[in-house]
Design a protein around this ligand. Structure first.
Ligand SMILES: [Ca+2]
Ligand SMILES: [Ca+2]
Length: 294
């Protein structure tokens, strides 16, 4: 009995485990990830079935099963007013992108900013990434509202994330659609840890075979939060590139438009960039990345 009491006392005195060294203990990270896990919807007949689980013994991403595992992150978010804030990422990782410009391995995610008040956690903002960092970027964010968990629609084959089914089906150069969406059965949320301090068994996340590591930093810049605080609906997260979508995705034939643009990426876009210089050149590189499937 004395030994048990001693063990309990020692356990209480030990600092809580923080394997990814971000000052937030592992247990709190998992509690928050489970509490705010979004409801994901995938299209009927999704060609890659479901997000995949990856081999924890492998240094490179190796699919174990397409079983609906979601890989999460939870890390402290700086707060000026003393409110405790945490950013959560939910990565849905696929064995392959089977849409246009398809490729093996497909890393996609949504994120939330949550805060604590009187011992209770609530979501403040949600963000869904779609064709991130490309000219077809359709990422959106919004204030969280009263619901604890967001609903997220994943586009067929390309796996872009949307906070409304109408946004998914709006068209545009990403070629997204959400057809007869069905709720994804998430088997569990596994904590990836942080860049530079991945959880044990998550070393494959840092592989150069995909851009996952680049999606593990904060999504919520102060200017974005300021913008979200001024409106209730969806706000594009890549507003600087919105004009180019219209240029490239004319009418309802976005893919054709992109084909044309891609064939001439170097010349035509540069030629049309008179007066806008780096902006369109940056967009042209985005076209290349998109057609490369990222
Ligand atoms: Ca931690
Ligand atoms: Ca963490």
């Amino acid at each position: 009995m004395k030994f048990v009491l001693l063990a309990l006392t020692l356990t209480a005195l030990l600092p809580a485990a923080d394997l990814d060294r971000d000052s937030l203990d592992d247990a709190t990270e998992q509690t928050l990830l489970d509490q705010f896990l979004p409801r994901f919807y995938v299209s009927k007949g999704e060609c890659d079935l479901a997000p995949a689980e990856f081999d924890s013994r492998s240094a490179e991403p190796r699919v174990v099963a397409r079983n609906g595992v979601i890989y999460g992150q939870a890390f402290p978010y700086p707060s000026a007013d003393g409110t405790r804030r945490v950013e959560l990422h939910y990565h849905h990782l696929w064995a392959r992108d089977c849409g246009r410009g398809g490729h093996p391995l497909d890393a996609e995610h949504v994120s939330a900013l949550v805060s604590e008040s009187s011992g209770r956690w609530r979501a403040d903002y949600w963000l869904a990434a779609a064709h991130e960092g490309t000219v077809c970027d359709r990422g959106m964010a919004r204030p969280a509202g009263v619901e604890a968990r967001a609903e997220v629609w994943i586009s067929a084959r390309k796996h872009a994330s949307f906070l409304s089914v109408a946004e998914c089906n709006r068209g545009g150069c990403g070629g997204d659609s959400c057809t007869e969406p069905r709720k994804l059965a998430v088997s569990r949320v596994v904590n990836l840890g942080q860049p530079g301090a991945l959880m044990p068994g998550m070393q494959w996340a840092a592989s150069s075979q995909w851009p996952l590591l680049g999606k593990m930093g904060s999504d919520f810049s102060p200017p974005l939060l300021a913008s979200l605080d001024t409106r209730d609906g969806l706000t594009p997260t890549a507003a600087s590139l919105r004009g180019v979508h219209t240029t490239l995705a004319v009418g309802n034939k976005p893919v054709t438009a992109l084909d044309t643009a891609a064939a001439k990426t170097g010349s035509a876009l540069d030629a049309s960039a008179t007066g806008t210089g780096n902006f369109l050149k940056r967009a042209a590189r985005g076209v290349g990345r998109f057609l490369g499937g990222r």
